[in-house]
Design a binder for this molecule. Structure first.
Ligand code: 9MR
Ligand code: 9MR
Length: 565
């Protein structure tokens, strides 16, 4: 049959009309990618947990640059999903891309670049600036998240639990500065210890990056690296938490109960320093000893601060020797964060290693050896890894304590675990703050890489970062203000009370866990699968709070990745 000219024209018109056009692939979070991008010349993978056969990688103009097969499904026990791998490692040209699966599903756009995380590296430290207590956040440094100065903490009362002869109950002390711990407005020494140390370690291990990274904070432009300036804001507060009369360290500075969701300058409740404790004293001693040893290398102008750190570290350690078993529990009438810990072997180990590295005195070495235990991924409650880090990176040695071998062996077991995982993840247990567990694992691997130079540690740390930035079971990028679908409704009082839609940027949210499934009310709407048990809701303090000790390993991880090339 011969078609008339008119018929041909009609068919041609139909073919280009929308009803005949192939459907545009739908952009969804179903393709789990690192929403902040991938580093050129590294392994690049995305995961998908729905039925899928073929994928294409398209560039910013929509042109296919790669076609490949989606991998076979593998069961991920913690998420309950069968996960398939999309591997586009071969593509290294810098640019913006999308993954299209079976011509129906498209990922969010993402970049491949030599330095995809440069801004994230800044944001993760700038988050601390936003959590400063006694500083007004101005437009020049804070952008739209302007707020008044929060708690001055110059008229803090000594709580009955902390009373001593020299400082009886009700004594007024001044304990200004420091960061708010988290989404609440209190300041806790135990948690500040690991946080401050981790930030100091990042600044110390990556001095050049620290020196060139302008964070746009009030101190920017002075002679000290911005990341260090930011950290010293908290360290200087910590120094005020020691009772100069006996060297003991108060566990926390807090209201009696949590403030409601109001801006910090609206808070009017009395603040107290509460009970001294062994964990606070040892974490304080360790952090200050590290600061005393390393600050002078950073800047001559920090010599006198380092001297105070040295003296106060020794006094805190001496208090702990006299009070070796004072476990902190919230006293009657105090209901804020507890950070309670009954086992101090790891704190003794860390503090003793730091004191030995600072002073060279044998008694510290002996105490460190007496508290030797297999190293574990660090958290606020278990800190022996920090002693291993310091020793391994110090260039010094302690006979009978092979820190380098221990770190590399621990990293090896984490890498082996990730190799077994369908999503290249070392973590199998989802605790409160699980995202920080992932970040601390990544940090540990990077430190192993600093010691051994084997590239596999860097690659595996990169997988940890990919998980945090969106390659996980929830579809969220777990850092506020980053990626295509970041967490929005963090359990963070200023972010909830400031009438600004976007949360304060740069914060790592806690992440999935099944610890308090009812934090948003008795009806459990969270998944039973730990990797999916996450709620981007303000009420979900157990999955969506932020905390200083969670951001610190994120900073180390992102800085370490950015600095590695
Ligand atoms: O807001 C509090 C948060 O900062 C803590 O991490 C969390 C766990 O201690 O507790 C939150 O406060 C909640 C309290 O524990 C129970 N009642 C609801 C509070 C949050 O609105
Ligand atoms: O990070 C802490 C987590 O390990 C505990 O299980 C939890 C409950 O005690 O508390 C977390 O720390 C919170 C602290 O108590 C108060 N400020 C907010 C912290 C993060 O949620």
């Amino acid at each position: 049959m011969k078609l008339s000219k008119a018929a041909v024209a009609i068919i041609a018109a139909l073919m280009t009309s929308s009803c005949m056009q192939k459907q545009q692939p739908k952009v969804t979070g179903l393709v789990a990618i690192d929403q902040c991008g991938y580093v050129t010349r590294t392994e690049k993978m995305a995961f998908i947990s729905v039925e899928a056969k073929e994928f294409r990688l398209i560039d910013a103009n929509g042109n296919s640059v790669m076609v490949g097969n989606v991998g076979a499904p593998q069961y991920w026990a913690e998420s309950g999903d069968s996960v398939r791998t999309i591997d586009f490692t071969d593509i290294n040209a810098e640019g913006t891309y999308q993954i299209v699966v079976d011509d129906t599903i498209a990922s969010y756009p993402f970049v491949i670049a030599a330095h995809p995380y440069a801004e994230l590296a800044r944001m993760s430290v700038r988050a601390y600036y936003y959590n400063r207590t006694a500083t007004a956040i101005d437009a020049e440094h804070g952008g739209k998240w302007v707020r008044n100065a929060g708690h001055p903490d110059t008229l803090v009362k000594v709580h009955s639990s902390a009373a001593s002869k020299a400082r009886p109950e009700g004594t007024i002390i001044s304990s200004p500065r420091g960061w708010y711990d988290a989404g609440d407005y209190n300041k806790y020494v135990v948690n500040s210890g690991i946080t401050t140390y981790t930030m100091l370690l990042a600044a110390n291990q990556m001095k050049e990056m620290a020196a060139r990274t302008d964070l746009n904070i009030p101190e920017s432009g002075d002679s000290i690296a911005d990341i260090l300036d930011e950290t010293l804001y908290n360290l200087r507060w910590m120094l005020t938490m020691q009772d100069p009369n006996d060297g003991g360290v108060y566990h926390k500075l807090t209201t009696l109960s949590f403030e409601s969701f109001i801006m910090p300058d609206e808070c009017k409740n009395q603040r107290y320093v509460v009970a001294k404790g062994t964990a606070a004293a040892l974490d304080f001693a360790a952090t200050m000893a590290f600061a005393a040893r390393t600050l002078p290398e950073q800047s001559a102008s920090l010599a006198s601060l380092a001297d105070s750190c040295r003296q106060q570290a020794a006094a805190a350690y001496a208090w702990a020797v006299k009070n070796p078993n004072v476990a902190f529990r919230n006293p009657a009438g105090v209901s804020t964060g507890e950070y309670g810990d009954r086992f101090f072997g790891d704190e003794w180990f860390w503090a003793s290693v730091e004191m030995y590295l600072l002073t060279g005195e044998d008694s510290y070495k002996e105490t460190a050896l007496a508290n030797l235990a297999p190293m574990a991924v660090p958290s606020w409650v278990y800190v022996n890894a920090l002693g291993y880090y310091s020793l391994a990176l110090s260039g010094k040695e302690i006979e009978g304590l092979d820190a380098k071998t221990a770190i590399v062996a621990t990293a090896d077991s984490l890498v082996a675990e990730a190799k077994k995982s369908p999503v290249a993840l070392s973590m199998t247990r989802y605790d409160w703050g699980s995202n920080s567990t992932v970040a601390n694992m990544g940090m540990l691997k990077l430190i192993a890489g600093m010691i051994s130079t084997d590239k596999k540690y860097y690659e595996s740390a990169l997988d940890d970062l990919h998980y945090i930035l969106g390659r996980n079971a929830t579809g969220y990028c777990f850092v506020t203000g980053a990626g295509s679908k970041p967490c929005m409704n963090i359990h963070h009082r200023p972010s909830a009370a400031d009438n600004i839609e976007d949360p304060v940027p740069g914060f790592l949210c806690g992440g999935p866990n099944t610890v308090v499934p009812t934090d948003c009310g008795p009806t459990n709407t969270r998944s039973q699968y730990p990797a999916k048990a996450y709620a981007d809701e303000t009420c979900s303090y157990s999955t969506n709070e932020i905390a200083i000790n969670w951001n610190a390993p994120l900073t180390f991880l992102v800085w370490g990745i950015e600095n590695a090339k």
